[in-house]
Design a protein around this ligand. Structure first.
Ligand SMILES: [Zn+2]
Length: 141
């Protein structure tokens, strides 16, 4: 089982992968969208830089279009699943039935037949680590 520190490291390493994979365009959209949410409407000049709404050629930042593009980029983020393998409970991993020396009926002689899937990090947690909690609610899709 993962302790919470290892879990955080694992989520962080996936999040880091996605952060590094962002194009400049996407990472720009992330920061504009966050600024739009936190500070109010964002305006962009003809170079795509944030500017005053009174500047010539200033255009309102399209928040919902940005969210759609960020969400599309994050579409492949999935839950982090770990598999814990256990030796067979019935034969204690030997694969043999201790009474009649035949193959264990539970694991068919394999000795290891059971595994548990554990979700060690949800998609929600990972997306929150990539774009921050505030924006994550909008881009989870
Ligand atoms: Zn067994």
């Amino acid at each position: 089982m993962f302790n919470s520190l290892e879990l955080r490291d694992e989520i962080e390493s996936v999040a880091d992968h996605f952060r590094k994979g962002m194009t400049d365009e996407i990472s720009g959209l992330v920061s504009f969208a966050l600024s739009d949410l936190v500070n109010g409407p964002v305006y962009l000049d003809s170079d795509g830089e944030e500017c005053s709404p009174f500047d010539e050629g200033a255009k309102a930042f399209d928040f919902s279009e940005a969210i759609a593009q960020i969400a599309a980029y994050l579409e492949s983020v999935s839950d982090l699943v770990t598999h814990d393998f256990h030796s067979c409970d019935s034969c204690d991993g030997t694969g043999r039935d201790e009474y009649n020396e035949e193959d264990c009926a539970q694991c068919f002689g394999e000795g290891c037949c059971q595994y548990e899937e554990t979700i060690s990090g949800t998609r929600e947690m990972i997306i929150s680590a990539i774009v921050g909690k505030t924006l994550s609610e909008y881009v989870r899709g």
